[in-house]
Design a protein. Sequence first.
Length: 196
Amino acid sequence: MATKLKTITIYAGSADNLVDKHLQAAYDLGRFLASEGRVIVFGSGKTGMMGSVARGSLENNGQVIGVINDDLNLPHLVFEELTRIEKVSNIQVRQARMSELGDGFIALPGGFGTLYEVLEALTWAQLGHHQKPVGFLNIDGYYDPLISMFDQAISSNYIYPEHRGLFVESGDPVELLALMDNFTPPQNMSRWLSRE
């Protein structure tokens, strides 16, 4: 039986000049999460995909919690009209806090920061630090090259096949959330440590 994830940590790009379709998809995800009473945790940005997903929730009576580190806590970057903002000392503490607050993780399109965040979430799952679902909102096939890279790493024996089950992906937010709600962590996860 599916368990509805209450709080979703969002990783998303904050760049300017993004395509409207991506920004609209982020907004729609925020609106959908709000309609389901799900809380967003994110990095507090008001620009790019981060700002769009937060606005999608807040403009539809949703709750959004921001976590921001000191060196990014700048007026032109921070979305101040959130349900709650937590200020932390550095980006490593920020990442740990966002992980702690979320029942699951969704990566929207983004750059180095987004990739760092979602890959760390996957690494922590691989290490057994959590059993939370990691989802890629694969808008317009944005994450196809990364998922192909994962598959190549599996075929080259850098990643165990069962680790392919650590994440789900879809271009549709409703389907993605359903996959995450129904997520079951893969079995035999300790094999790469025991080498059995």
